[in-house]
Design a protein. Structure first.
Length: 304
């Protein structure tokens, strides 16, 4: 079972001159997408008892996600006000004192034996105490479980850039796979092009660094020759949840190929990586073709 840990929130998405509340959050979206793709998934993140918390629970339950590790709380759900700039999502967060924000390192449990991999990241890495909690989760488990990290960097959300860079410098060497968009890489290494920046991250210790660029496709930097997969052509409604769904497709493919493990990732082939990138692109193409973060179900994937 893949454990996902990171923010869930309500995206307030523009619709007919007002805003429509939709369940979202980078890690939450990946969690739901994995469940819809038929993977065994568990989620670790506080969920509020408010009405928005109930909205978040519904897609998790519908997708068959195990929520045994989700503490319930009376703190309010994080809100993200979404505006669109030429189809690209721009966010404003309402997060102070929220349910997820107040997750602390002491709240991280010993993981049950059926957890075989960890996916983490998102804006939950930035503030404390929740950022320290995610860091603790990875630190306590990275020697035995493969870790896939997507920082999903939102510069306007980062109030202390040196502290956040220091956190990433601690976490990235403990991860097996790190996914970074072109914008993420530009923030990390503003003086370098995306491929050179990805190589810098690879030198920190991960087995694989995934570089994504929307319509430019994705690239995997690893011990072998760089692997590339094109984006899937589709009519774009918006890009909300695209990268999150890509992550789910990659994870699902790696798990199905039997290489989502510490030793297996150390011996992975370029063909196996290409298959993972391809499934990620196929899943993301479905998501961008419809409004909001609405990942595909397995029966909606090509070949089904």
């Amino acid at each position: 079972m893949i454990l996902c840990s990171g923010e869930s929130l309500i995206d307030m998405v523009p619709e007919n001159g007002t805003f429509r509340p939709l369940a979202g959050g980078a890690v939450y979206n990946t969690t739901v997408a994995l469940g819809r793709l038929g993977e065994d998934v568990a989620y670790l993140w506080p969920i509020s008892r408010d009405s928005f918390g109930e909205m978040l629970l519904a897609p998790l339950n519908e997708a068959g996600i195990n929520i045994d590790l989700c503490p319930r709380t009376d703190r309010l759900t994080t809100l993200a006000l979404v505006t669109l700039d030429q189809g690209e999502a721009v966010y404003s967060f309402y997060d102070e004192g929220s349910a997820g924000r107040m997750l602390s390192p002491d709240d991280i449990p010993a993981l049950p034996d059926h957890i075989t991999a960890i996916f983490a990241g998102g804006i939950s890495l930035v503030p404390d105490p929740c950022g320290a909690a995610i860091e603790t989760l990875i630190e306590q488990n990275h020697t035995k479980l493969p870790v896939f990290l997507d920082p999903n960097i939102r510069p306007f959300f980062i109030q202390d850039a040196p502290a956040f860079r220091a956190r990433l410098n601690r976490i990235i060497p403990q991860c097996d796979i790190v996914k970074l968009s072109s914008d993420d890489l530009a923030w990390l290494y503003p003086d370098l092009g995306a491929p050179e920046a990805a190589q810098k991250v690879l030198q920190m210790g991960p087995r694989i660094v995934l570089q994504t660029g929307g319509s430019a496709g994705s690239h995997a930097h690893w011990a072998g020759e760089t692997v590339t997969a094109p984006a899937i052509r589709t009519t774009v409604a918006d890009t909300i949840g695209a990268g999150d769904t890509f992550n789910a497709g990659v994870l699902a493919s790696l798990r199905r190929q039997g290489v989502l493990g510490k030793e297996a990732l150390a011996n992975i082939s370029g063909e196996q990586i290409k298959a993972a990138l391809t499934l990620g692109a196929q899943a993301a193409a479905v998501t961008v073709s419809r409004a909001g973060a609405n990942p595909p179900w397995q029966h909606e994937m090509p070949g089904n």
